[in-house]
Design a protein around this ligand. Structure first.
Ligand SMILES: [Zn+2]
Length: 156
């Protein structure tokens, strides 16, 4: 299974936007060959529609940060969820989401790095088992540790 670096940047962006807004990120895992963030529904529901849309736009903000653009087709799922919530065009939230990921650049880069190594590790471990399309990349504790560590770094 090829490591999808762009998809990793996308998930790191979702995670950073969620963490910034105080939304609980449960884990980031690979399911069906794609990285996927599990965000606590409860903690997301406490946020305003605008904030939830910013978390959803965080994915393309992560891509834009590293690549200068984003995969429009792949962002359709996020756009659909925004529309379901009564939100606007995803690009409307991209500006704010991009500000957030840039502000937490240290965390974003560290997440990307650890997601890549998690993928390489998970893939080599999973190749011994039959179900090699799904494995965890980062747990809630690991994500919190990266988030807190990078915030501490910023204050020094
Ligand atoms: Zn997404």
């Amino acid at each position: 299974m090829a490591l999808d670096e762009r998809a990793i940047c996308h998930e790191a962006g979702h995670a950073v936007a969620a963490l910034h807004l105080g939304v609980h990120v449960e884990r980031i895992e690979v399911t069906d060959r794609l990285p996927h963030s599990t965000i606590s529904r409860d903690s997301l529901e406490k946020k305003s529609t605008e904030q939830r849309c910013i978390v959803l736009a965080g994915g393309i903000a992560g891509e834009k940060f590293f690549y200068g653009d984003y995969d429009k087709e792949a962002s359709q799922g996020d756009q659909n969820r925004i529309s379901e919530m009564g939100g606007d065009d995803i690009r409307k939230y991209l500006v704010e989401a991009l500000k957030i990921v840039s502000l937490h650049e240290v965390c974003l880069r560290e997440l990307k790095k650890q997601l890549i190594s998690g993928w390489v590790r998970g893939e080599s471990e999973a190749s011994w088992e039959s179900d090699c399309d799904s494995f965890e990349l980062l747990s809630h504790e690991e994500i919190q540790c990266i988030w807190k560590g990078s915030c501490r770094e910023r204050r020094v």
